[in-house]
Each structure stands twice: as structure tokens, then as C-alpha cells.
Design a protein around this ligand. Structure first.
Ligand SMILES: [Fe+2]
Length: 404
């Protein structure tokens, strides 16, 4: 076991090396801010590579992924990530072996965390074509792609302008849906040679074991594994598991049912204690109280033997509460793809077993329970949806705007 000082000593100082710097972080100021470490792994030999970085708020951090795919004559980049020198160096190794980056794909209309790095990664590969999902928007400022620095002369819209790499891929849209502030749509890609379906946010697989990315620096896990701000950060495998389960609950429900937010008086009472007066421990500021039974909620989201395939609760409650059929149509279209074996999504586990049988069981699971519940862990998400719905921002029929 190590206390927080020892944890910080074990952290590699080169975390702050220029190789990992990301100067554009103020555009979307998320942890770990200006220095992004990248975990690179070959997930399907000679076909698919996962480039992962952490991204989050107040140490509620989950992996976000760029998927690099071997296509005829070179490489396709699916879902941009901040192109740090470390990331580009690893990518250049693949380029030497497999050929140039031919295309950069932004397959989501809404996911700001995926589009924020598009201009800089596009500048790093000026010869590559940029393909984006139709209906791009951003909130609170609706910034057009040329405004973000993506030249319109080499930008194409998926499906409207065709699709890239037709000889080895199939492209399947999910949506569009009108979600009031803009459009939800993502275009998934089935890469035939690897038998992998590439998605952005639509489906994820989550494991009980924390992602390897936290092996570099487990601080977010250890921070959230505590009960109070005056507790030191102890490192053990159990603490990492506990911290990860809580991060998954945060990322899934934003405010899980068994999480209480204490008063600021209580937060300050337990903060600024000896050994914790440092930015790494957020000075002991810990505005959370986990109530008994939270582990049972987490268990429903975590796979023990393999990543648990699921529609993220945030999507269920905020994107699809009145359009489950759109999701089912997409799943049915996926079922028609021949030979599918894997799911590679932009968050959580890199490689998730995914075939017709699993799609059927996911559909059965959704059909056999209450969809977009308003109770329990879903109550906070439900209050957000209801607020937008009552204010007339979210339409009753999310498909209406796209009919005719
Ligand atoms: Fe995302």
C-alpha cells in the first residue's frame, strides 16, 4: 500500500513531457488537460489498433479511443483524438508498415469529445480525405467545420457523398434523430477483413477490471475509491476496482441514485488535511457520499468474464427515450452483416465480442425491462430529459424533422 506522496513519486515525471502535450485543451477543458498519455495496442493483428487517451471531469475519467484500421492501400482513422507527438510517432510506425493515412472519419454528428481534435489531426495528414457524419453541430456555440479549421475542399459527408473504402467496409447509420439542441446521428462501419463493427457512442462494453490506461497513473481510481476527503489515497487492486466501479456509475448516470452531494460546509470540514494539501488530491475536496448498496448498481454495468455489452444509460435516457425502434432498426441492420465477430467502440473496452447471438440477447434484454426508466439510477437523467421536454426543446417525435 502506498500513500498519496508515494503514489505521486511512482508517477512518471515524463507524463508532462512535450511528447504528450495538447495545446488545444482549453477548447474542451477536460482532465488530463494539456498532457495526454496515449495507450496504443494492436487489437486485431495487422488490421486494427486502438489509441486510447483518458478524458473526464474531476477525475471522472474514461477512455476515449481513436481506432486505426488497415484498408486497401493504407490506413483509416476512425474518431479523432488529440494528435500528440507520442500518438503521431506511433502512427508513423504503422504508416511505414501499412501505407499512408487515406481517410479521417468523424462518424458522429454530436459527440464534441470526438470532433474537437478533428482540425489538428486533419492538419497532421494534409493528403487524407476527411469524412464526417451529416448534420454536424456543437453546443453552446454552433461551430462550422471551416470555422474549426477543416477545409471544405477535402471534406465529404458520409452517405450523402458516398462512403470511403467500399471494397472492404459497409456503413450503417443510426438515426438521424432530432434531440432538440441538434441532431443525434452516428454512422457505424463494418470492416469486413477484421469482422469488426466500429461505433462511436451507440454501444459500449464495460469490464469490472479497470482499463490498462490507468496503469500509467491510477490517481482517478484511488481518488474516487475513498469515502471522505480526509482519507489518503491508498493504492491496492481492490481500491482500483472500487474506484473504477464508481467512475462507471458516474459516467453512466451522471448522478447515480446512491450518491449524495454533501453540503459545502461538510466538504470543507474534511479538506486541506495533512498529506492531501496538493492539487493531485484536489486538496481533499471530495463532494461525494456513497450510500450503502451502490455496489449493486455498479454490478449491473460491469462484465466479469467479458466486457458487458450495453447501450449507455445516458443514451438510453437522453437520446432514445422515445425512439427505441430506431435503435432496434439499427440493430436489425447490423444482424444482416455477415461474419461479424467484434465491436470496437470509442469508449471503454477496446474489443468486445459481438455477433448475431449477442445482438439478439441485447434486444431481448431491452424488451424485457422498462426502457428509459425514471426511477432509481435513472432519476437524474430523467429529470434532465423531462426538463428539456417540458421546455419544448426536445420534440415529441424525434423523427418528424427528417420525414419526407
Ligand atoms: Fe463519445
Amino acid at each position: 500500500m502506498k500513500d498519496v506522496e508515494k503514489v505521486s513519486m511512482t508517477s512518471n515525471k515524463s507524463d508532462f513531457s512535450l511528447d504528450r502535450s495538447w495545446p488545444w485543451w482549453p477548447l474542451l477543458p477536460l482532465y488530463p488537460y494539456g498532457f495526454r498519455r496515449t495507450l496504443i495496442s494492436e487489437i486485431i493483428p495487422n488490421q486494427i489498433w486502438s489509441f486510447e487517451q483518458l478524458q473526464g471531469l474531476y477525475y471522472v475519467a474514461v477512455p476515449v479511443r481513436l481506432t486505426v484500421v488497415k484498408v486497401s492501400g493504407g490506413l483509416m482513422l476512425f474518431n479523432p483524438l488529440p494528435p500528440t507527438a507520442e500518438l503521431l510517432k506511433a502512427l508513423n510506425e504503422l504508416i511505414k508498415k501499412y501505407g499512408p493515412v487515406l481517410s479521417i472519419i468523424l462518424p458522429t454528428a454530436s459527440g464534441l469529445e470526438h470532433k474537437i481534435a478533428l482540425p489538428s489531426i486533419a492538419r497532421a495528414f494534409p493528403e487524407a480525405l476527411v469524412w464526417v457524419c451529416p448534420g454536424q453541430w456543437s453546443f453552446p456555440l454552433n461551430m462550422s467545420l471551416p470555422f474549426l479549421g477543416v477545409s471544405s475542399s477535402r471534406t465529404k459527408y458520409l452517405l450523402q457523398d458516398g462512403v470511403p473504402h467500399e471494397d472492404c467496409t459497409s456503413w450503417i447509420p443510426l438515426g438521424p434523430l432530432d434531440i432538440g439542441l441538434g441532431r443525434f446521428q452516428e454512422v457505424s462501419c463494418f470492416h469486413h477483413p477484421s469482422k469488426a463493427l466500429l461505433v462511436t457512442d451507440a454501444l459500449v462494453g464495460i469490464e469490472a477490471r479497470p482499463p490498462s490506461l490507468f496503469d500509467f497513473d491510477p490517481t482517478p481510481l484511488l481518488f474516487h475509491s475513498r469515502e471522505r476527503g480526509d482519507e489518503p489515497l491508498f493504492d491496492s487492486y481492490e481500491q482500483r476496482l472500487k474506484g473504477w466501479a464508481r467512475l462507471v456509475l458516474f459516467a453512466s448516470f451522471l448522478r447515480p441514485a446512491l450518491l449524495e452531494i454533501p453540503s459545502w460546509i461538510d466538504v470543507f470540514r474534511y479538506s486541506f488535511k495533512k498529506g492531501l494539501r496538493n492539487p493531485k488530491a484536489h486538496f481533499g475536496l471530495f463532494p461525494f457520499i456513497w450510500k450503502e448498496g451502490w455496489e449493486d448498481s455498479a454490478k449491473k454495468l460491469l462484465g466479469e468474464k467479458e466486457p458487458l455489452l450495453q447501450v449507455a444509460p445516458v443514451l438510453e435516457r437522453l437520446i432514445f427515450p422515445r425512439s427505441k425502434n430506431t435503435l432496434f432498426e439499427w440493430l436489425d441492420n447490423l444482424s444482416n452483416l455477415k461474419g461479424m465477430k467484434w465491436l470496437v467502440s470509442a469508449h471503454f473496452s477496446a474489443l468486445v465480442p459481438f455477433d448475431k447471438k449477442r445482438i439478439r440477447s441485447l434486444k431481448n434484454n431491452i424488451s424485457s425491462r422498462k426502457w428509459a426508466d425514471s426511477q432509481g439510477d435513472f432519476s437524474f437523467l430523467s429529470s434532465l430529459d423531462q426538463g428539456l421536454f417540458n421546455a419544448g426543446i426536445v420534440p415529441k417525435d424525434p423523427l418528424k424533422a427528417f420525414k419526407d
